[in-house]
Write a protein of this length. Structure first.
Length: 465
């Protein structure tokens, strides 16, 4: 039987017989489902922030503690996943094929996000009529962002991918230098052949332990979501949200439609359904919406992508790379924020100027990726192209940036999950029979599947499937 026939036969297995976890799910109490816990936590946090703003603002350290705990294991997980995936692939040409196609996809998707944001910003003229006065804004409020923006250049961005030492990126938690080291080591182990197998086995075992750490930390995810949402509402208040509600609404609407229509169409071409994908990853998307940090759910998302049949090398290369080169949520926010400021300051931007801004954003949206306040830094780096719009004008966005950071983070995570599926399908590295079964059944997390799954009567770590 050929591989194609085998896949077809596997895909015809009745779904009722396949996922053991689904059977267990029938007896899993609803209150143990993570997405429901996070939804309830977000609602409680919003209510707490509205009723007790001062107390809620003091909860920020507790939300930050969870984010910090997750980020401790992000770099090691990326490192072990990429090294093991590349070493086991054993084909340098295939590795290059995955990397090149991923970069092509990133550039196309992020450019589409920028163009769509600019088109909507011209049609939906948010900010028109505000008649903002540049002299009324305190430049000190945005001075830190502007300084970092001046210091960031495209050459600096590419140079920052190469660490000054082996351990530096693990200490700082920088994704791209970790990716650089992991790819180098993976290629070295491919060239080493059988002599490199002991190290591959060691790193593979280490990845199982690291994913176990993530599962332990995830127990506190609902509490972290509650604290993060309570801080957001308590600190900035719903009044600030209402004052610039049209801008916030426009960014939310465009981001959601971009994911559902544009990225959904790409998924459909590749044989996936956007509704099933969003349902499968709803836990991760909901959490990053509350915590405004997409990187926190990268390890768990990578684990689930492997579970639905995407090969480890594709997951390891595409997901981490996407968080520097494929920030679609940030791209949409940037174009709409620039046009909002232009309308607010009564600046007429010609098509030529808008195209110039678009060109600059292709680089600034990537150059500030992974930097705290990246959205503001990218804006500060872009606005000098539009001389009439003062950089100090971004102070107008300070009050609502946290609310827009929520949809930016959720969109960035979702777009990179979809990117991994599309690129994986493009290079033929997705087991479609497994993907169909898993996505149709939906992700189920029980006591057994949190650590192990039964496969052919042998316990196999979820992270290694």
């Amino acid at each position: 039987m050929s591989a194609i026939d085998a896949n077809r036969a596997a895909s015809e297995i009745p779904l009722s017989r396949t996922p053991l976890a689904k059977v267990a799910a029938a007896h899993t109490p609803f209150y143990r489902k993570l997405y429901l816990q996070v939804l309830v936590a977000i609602a409680i946090g919003a209510g707490l922030g509205y009723c007790y703003p001062e107390f809620s603002a003091s909860l920020k350290p507790y939300g930050d503690a969870f984010v910090r705990a997750i980020k401790v294991v992000v770099a090691p997980i990326i490192f072990t996943t990429i090294v093991v995936g590349i070493a086991r692939m054993g084909d340098l040409r295939r590795i290059a094929d995955v990397g090149i196609k991923a970069l092509v996809y990133f550039e196309v998707a992020s450019t589409l996000a920028l163009i769509i944001g600019m088109i909507v910003g011209n049609v939906w003229k948010v900010g028109l009529g505000l008649n903002a006065d540049p002299a009324a804004f305190d430049t000190k409020a945005v001075e830190a962002y502007a300084k970092v923006a001046r210091d960031i250049t495209l050459s600096d961005f590419f140079l920052s991918m190469i660490p000054t030492s082996f351990v530096e990126p693990f200490v700082k938690g920088d994704i791209m230098p970790v990716l650089f080291i992991a790819v180098l080591l993976g290629l070295a182990l491919v060239l080493a052949g059988p002599r490199g197998k002991p190290m591959v086995a060691l790193l593979d075992s280490a990845s199982v332990a690291l994913f176990g750490m993530v599962r332990i930390i995830m127990i506190f995810a609902p509490i972290a979501a509650l604290c993060a949402m309570a801080f957001t509402v308590g600190k900035y208040g719903l009044r600030t949200l209402l004052d610039l509600g049209q801008l916030v609404a426009s960014v939310y609407v465009v981001s959601i439609l971009f994911v559902v229509l544009v990225l959904g169409a790409l998924l459909r071409i590749c044989g996936f359904r956007i509704v099933r994908v969003l349902n499968y990853f709803k836990d991760e998307i909901l959490f990053v919406f509350a915590a405004t940090s997409a990187e926190t759910m990268m390890p768990r998302s990578m684990q689930k992508l492997e579970k639905i049949g995407v090969s480890r090398e594709v997951v390891g290369l595409v997901m981490p790379g996407g968080f520097s080169f494929n920030m679609d949520g940030t791209a949409i926010y940037m174009t709409m924020a620039v046009l909002f400021l232009a309308h607010a300051f009564n600046v007429e931007l010609s098509i030529g100027r808008q195209l110039a801004v678009l060109f600059v954003m292709l680089f600034t949206s990537k150059g500030a990726a992974g930097v705290t306040g990246g959205g503001f830094i990218a804006l500060a780096a872009t606005l000098p192209v539009v001389d009439a719009v003062p950089v100090a004008g971004i102070a107008l966005l300070l009050g609502v940036d946290r609310f827009m950071a929520e949809i930016r983070a959720a969109t960035n995570l979702t777009s990179n999950i979809i990117a991994t599926l599309v690129v994986g399908r493009w290079v033929g590295a997705v087991d479609m029979a497994t993907a169909e079964r898993e996505l149709q059944a939906g992700f189920v997390e029980t006591d057994e599947t949190r650590a192990w799954e039964l496969h052919d009567d042998e316990p196999v770590p979820v992270a290694r499937r």
